[in-house]
Design a protein around this ligand. Structure first.
Ligand code: 15L
Length: 265
């Protein structure tokens, strides 16, 4: 991998990665719909709206690998999800294919699987159970990735990311926390491991409360260094201040599940 494109450069995760990935590859092009406030003079940045295929074709030109973090990162109105995460994601894969890009690492989300109960440990071979329009868009992105891998030979890795941050923020995040450095490890496996065809990994650190069987990532050499348990007392103290959420507390997707929930059966 000589040249990498990373979309979503101005977002929370992108901002962390711009620091953590510095120097990892000979050349990294960063992109987003707006310029990051803290862009450094030595960072290559190209603005692009992912819903515009011609603009996406420009940012993928000449790269060997794409890390696709861009799009809308929480639940939103259908039109927003459609443009940013459905059309935008399709455009990234299609442009990558047309440009002869070898690999794509797609930032999927735990919300593609959010309606699995917290009592169930899930792996990567189960039906998707999205908890939101946002989660539907992530399941869509995984399907697009599988298609471009199987039909056109792109090497695709989907990371079902939990919650990236310095520490787990509450009880749910004790199960799904992802230390930023562990995310970099997963991205590097997607960009570099020679046996990648189409893979799904959970984006979680070594969390004692995990709901996810991440043996597929470990099979590719993933060795997470973060342990959510080191922050248990702080996370539980933060949880104690939150109002009860009977639906959200039952399912893995938490508040994304209870939002707009109106099942009466
Ligand atoms: C996500 O997928 C979101 O991008 C992030 O903002 C968090 O809400 C995270 O999931 C989470 O589940 O905590």
């Amino acid at each position: 991998m000589q040249k990498i494109l990373v979309t979503g450069a101005a977002g929370g995760v992108g901002t962390r990665l711009r620091k953590l990935m510095k120097g990892l590859y000979p050349s990294i092009r960063w992109s987003d719909i707006r310029k990051p406030d803290d862009l450094a003079a030595d960072e290559e940045f190209v603005v692009a709206d992912l819903a515009d295929l011609a603009a996406v074709e420009k940012i993928v030109a000449g790269v060997d690998g794409v890390v696709h973090l861009g799009g809308y990162s929480i639940e939103g109105p259908w039109q927003t999800i459609l443009n940013s995460n459905i059309i935008g994601c399709y455009n990234v894969f299609e442009a990558a294919y047309r440009a002869g890009v070898q690999r794509v690492v797609f930032a999927s989300s735990n919300h593609a699987m959010g309606f699995y109960p917290r009592t169930q440990t899930i792996g990567v071979n189960l039906t998707v159970r999205p908890d939101s329009r946002y989660g539907i868009s992530k399941a869509f992105g995984e399907a697009v990735g599988a298609f471009y891998a199987d039909k056109h030979g792109l090497r695709v890795t989907c990371l079902r990311i939990g919650n990236v941050g310095d520490a787990p923020l509450d009880q749910r995040r004790l199960a799904i926390w992802l230390k930023p450095e562990d995310l970099v490890q997963l991205i590097r496996i997607g960009l570099e491991h020679r046996d990648i065809h189409f893979e799904i990994f959970y984006g979680a650190s070594d969390n004692a409360d995990a709901w996810w069987d991440n043996s597929n990532a470990r099979r590719f050499g993933y060795k997470p260094t973060g342990k959510a348990d080191d922050y248990r007392a702080e996370a539980l103290a933060a949880q104690a201040k939150l109002p009860p959420d009977p639906v959200g507390d039952r399912y893995q997707g938490g508040p994304f599940c209870s939002d707009e929930y109106d099942r009466r059966d």
